[in-house]
Structures are given as C-alpha cells and as structure tokens.
Design a protein. Structure first.
Length: 116
C-alpha cells in the first residue's frame, strides 16, 4: 500500500517507520518528466536514480527524516550546455545542512496521513 501526500507534489510515500524520537518516511518521485533547469526543455529520458536524505526541523521533540528517491534526466536540447540534471521539488528549500519545507504544514500532513 502507498500513502499519497498531497502537500508533497510529485512524490508518494512508499513506507514509513518510527524509531525512538524519530519518524522516517521513504518517498519516491512519481514524475514521468521534468524540465531542464538551464533551458526549460521537457525531458522524459531518465539517466539514473539516487536517494537524497533530508532531515527536517524537529516537531515536538521528534526528529523527521525523509529518504527521497529522485531521478536524473538527460537534456536532449542541442543548444543546452546541461546534459544531465536532477529533478527539483518546489516544496524543498535547502538551507545549510538542514532543510526547511516551504509549506509549514507539509510534515504535519505527512504524519497525519492515512493509507489509501
């Protein structure tokens, strides 16, 4: 069973578990294509996949960890200097070594989500 997260556009939660003072959510990208950040060309040709580890600020003394499987795509535009790029997520803002989520309620929605 999958958990669908409406606050996290482009991903679904495939599993989650709890450890002492920690919630871990394993997320997977569900996008079929992505725009090149350099030229804007839409690409559906996948180069590879890898796992990003995102640690968010604690909620009520509970640490939140996201394991996000993202894709790298090829940019096939001959005029573009970027050949391979990683998909990006609007809801994720990188700040130093920790991350903040754009939508303040996103993690709360994830914790309270129900199996579909």
């Amino acid at each position: 069973m999958y958990i669908v997260l409406s606050s996290f556009e482009g991903v679904e939660c495939v599993s989650s578990f709890q450890a002492v003072d920690t919630h871990v959510y394993i997320l997977k990208s569900i996008r079929k294509s992505c725009s090149c950040p350099s030229c804007g060309n839409l690409s559906s040709r996948i180069h590879s996949r890898y796992i990003r580890f995102v640690r968010d600020l604690s909620i009520q003394q509970v640490s939140i960890h996201l394991q996000l499987q993202v894709k790298k795509f090829f940019c096939d535009s001959p005029a573009c200097s970027t050949r391979i790029f990683t998909e990006r997520f609007v809801w994720l803002l990188i700040v130093s070594t920790k991350n903040k989520l754009f939508a303040g309620s996103s993690i709360t929605n994830c914790i309270n989500c129900k199996l579909v």
